[in-house]
Design a protein around this ligand. Sequence first.
Ligand SMILES: Cc1cc2nc3c(=O)[nH]c(=O)nc-3n(C[C@H](O)[C@H](O)[C@H](O)COP(=O)(O)O)c2cc1C
Length: 186
Amino acid sequence: MDAMTLLHERSSMGKLTGPAPTPEQLDAIYRAALRAPDHKELRPWRFVEFSGEGLTRLGELFAEAEYREDPHAGDAVLDAARKKPLRAPMIIAVIAKVTPDVAKVPKIEQVISAGCAAHGILLAAHALGLGAMWRSGKYAFDTTVRKGLGLGDDDEVVAFVYLGQLGGRHKPVAAHDARTFVERWN
Ligand SMILES: Cc1cc2nc3c(=O)[nH]c(=O)nc-3n(C[C@H](O)[C@H](O)[C@H](O)COP(=O)(O)O)c2cc1C
């Protein structure tokens, strides 16, 4: 697949099956992520990879978050939280590891850089014929989850990228007219 086709046709896949990406595929994926633009070379990226028992542990963390939010939450709610990470054989949490008070590189730039890293993961996965889906959801912003993942006060969970084999067909890529979004000052 040539680069422009990849950029024009990348698409999310919510239906994911095993196996998880191979170590070689993951190496290629992370190398793509690490090409994110990075002002002052702060490397504001941290990736936490979940597979196997790790997905179960992440689900437990989500359930704990639900329980802390509402100690009266029923089993159905807690079970639903537990099952969320099991929708893929692998999840990569993309975390903006923010260095505070850097001259000319405010937090927002570092978070954007981590967002670009997440996009790099999606693009690389698509190029490799894998399926991927960027999810956040309320757990990305939850105090219990942040603590469980070891985030510093200034850090942010930017994405939970679900990864695996394609479990269905890609939906057709939405056709946008670029002119709708572009203003030109000539
Ligand atoms: C920051 C961010 C968070 C997202 N979180 C979710 C999410 O929690 N659940 C979801 O279904 N889609 C989420 N999405 C959207 C999907 O990843 C995807 O982009 C969307 O379904 C459109 O599909 P496409 O990427 O094939 O165009 C999120 C996207 C971004 C950029």
